[in-house]
Write a protein that binds this ligand. Structure first.
Ligand code: PXL
Length: 283
């Protein structure tokens, strides 16, 4: 079978496992070729850490893509995460136009907020720009905060009820993407998970809730979801696998007592991704 190839478009946060330092190993472990377009290089991510360096690479994005076009390179998926400015959002729209084919998948993780708050690096109208990018996606993976910002609602604390989640999913579909994986959904204090919307069907996939807020988990989840989709899994099954990797990574990190800003130990889960791939090959 032909090896799948994806392009991951995120920043490189040099320390604090997130964005490309998470996407590359996770997607590669699933046997998928990963090309990258780094959008910026930061000394660390921006969550709960001050004084970080930030080298913007916006001007390099389109020349990279034009060069790839001259080589007739194609990609089975385009996966975007943290994007630092309106200009970058506009440029990524151009990247989609250049690299979209009838068969490939555009997965947009509208990274911009969590815990009811827009990340401090973004202006208040950033969600409007991100909404345009989401309209061009096949799949979006917002958390609850990002979802409310995308539809223009005030953030609501959980626990939630199904009517609220289903109304939110309906309004996210109206933006354009036909498949949605909404994360951070919970109906009680014991379980946390995702709501998956596909062709009018909604599935809830829940797992155990672990205390604390860990950075980079959205990128672990999104990368594993993309990997699963490229492995030919259904969206439900890819979400299930992504939840498993994310929850196990959080659990290991919680048990180790690591600083929540340093990202989660997903590395110990990479062997499981590779083993799953071997089992599939031998099946
Ligand atoms: O994990 C999301 C992320 C990625 N990249 C940068 C970030 C964040 C979240 O805060 O700051 C630079």
């Amino acid at each position: 079978m032909k090896q799948k190839r994806v392009v991951a478009i995120h920043d490189i946060s040099c320390f604090g496992r997130c964005s490309l330092t998470v996407a590359l190993p996770i997607i590669s472990a699933a046997g998928i070729e990963v090309s990258v377009i780094p959008t910026a290089v930061l000394s660390t991510h921006t969550g709960g850490i001050t004084g970080f360096t930030y080298r913007d690479l916006t001007e390099d994005i389109l020349p990279v893509v034009r060069h790839w076009q001259s080589l007739n390179l194609t990609f089975d998926a385009i996966y975007t995460g943290f994007l630092g400015s309106f200009k970058q959002l506009d440029i990524i729209m151009e990247v989609f136009a250049a690299l979209k084919t009838p068969d490939n998948l555009i997965l947009v993780d509208p990274v911009m907020a969590d815990n009811g708050k827009l990340y401090s690096v973004f202006p208040p109208d950033f969600p409007k720009g991100m909404k345009k990018l989401c309209a061009a996606a096949d799949i979006i993976v917002p958390n609850m905060t990002e979802a409310t910002l995308l539809v223009g609602d005030a953030y609501r604390e959980g626990p939630y009820d199904r009517a609220y989640i289903e109304d939110l999913l309906g309004r996210l579909v109206d933006i354009g993407p036909q498949r949605i994986v909404l994360t951070g959904v919970y109906f009680d204090e014991a379980e946390l998970g995702a709501a998956v919307y596909e062709r009018g069907n909604i599935t809830y996939l829940m797992s155990r809730k672990i205390p604390g807020f860990y950075h980079g988990t959205g990128d672990v989840f999104g990368s594993a979801l993309l990997a699963g989709s490229m492995e030919g899994r259904t969206l439900d099954s890819a979400t299930d696998a992504a939840i498993e990797l994310t929850v196990e990574s959080i659990e290991r990190t919680w048990q180790a007592g690591t600083d929540v800003r340093f990202g989660v130990n997903f590395e110990a889960g990479l062997v499981d991704i590779a083993a799953r791939r071997r089992r599939r090959k031998n099946a």
